[in-house]
Design a protein around this ligand. Structure first.
Ligand code: T46
Length: 133
């Protein structure tokens, strides 16, 4: 099964421009508890390098582009996010890295839980051990 699960959102745009609506437990497959966004990423910077024990997320590049790498401990897959109407569903226990941020990139992330540092696995070997269980 592919690690890359893309959700294409219905475009509600018209001749005035684009519009996308995101609703928890509707076109987002969980109750949205938190939204954050990453922007003004410096040239050559990569982010992520962790997994979450329980958190589910949907990441949408609402402007510009960036490349996600997802890793389940057995295989790695990458995807370029470059459309404001497409979200990447990121399940728990997936190592993620974000690379190749374009200068104007705004990456918005919808999360199933409030921020909790205890939910992060930031050590890759610890992730590999946990993913085998
Ligand atoms: C993820 C990827 C896609 C908070 O205090 N609240 C928050 O909601 C978030 C997301 C972060 N923080 C703090 C934690 C760190 O001290 O902000 C600092 C930077 O976070 P971090 O280094 O984890 O950022 P990224 O870009 O590496 O990862 C983020 C999310 O943390 C993570 O859940 O899946 O984006």
């Amino acid at each position: 099964m592919s690690l890359i699960n893309l959700i294409e959102f219905k475009s509600l745009g018209d001749d005035r421009g684009g519009l996308v609506s995101l609703e928890g437990n509707n076109n987002i497959p969980f109750d949205i508890k938190r939204v954050y966004y990453i922007f003004n990423t410096k040239d050559g910077v990569s982010r992520g390098f962790h997994a979450h024990k329980d958190l589910q997320q949907v990441a949408i590049c609402i402007k510009g582009s960036c490349r996600f790498l997802l890793d389940d401990g057995q295989k790695k897959e990458t995807v370029l996010l470059d459309r404001a109407n497409v979200g990447l569903y990121i399940d728990s226990m997936k190592w993620r890295e974000m690379h190749d941020f374009s200068e104007e990139c705004v990456l918005m992330v919808l999360a199933s839980h409030h921020y909790d540092e205890a939910d992060y696995i930031r050590d890759y070997n610890e992730f590999l051990m946990a993913s085998k269980k």
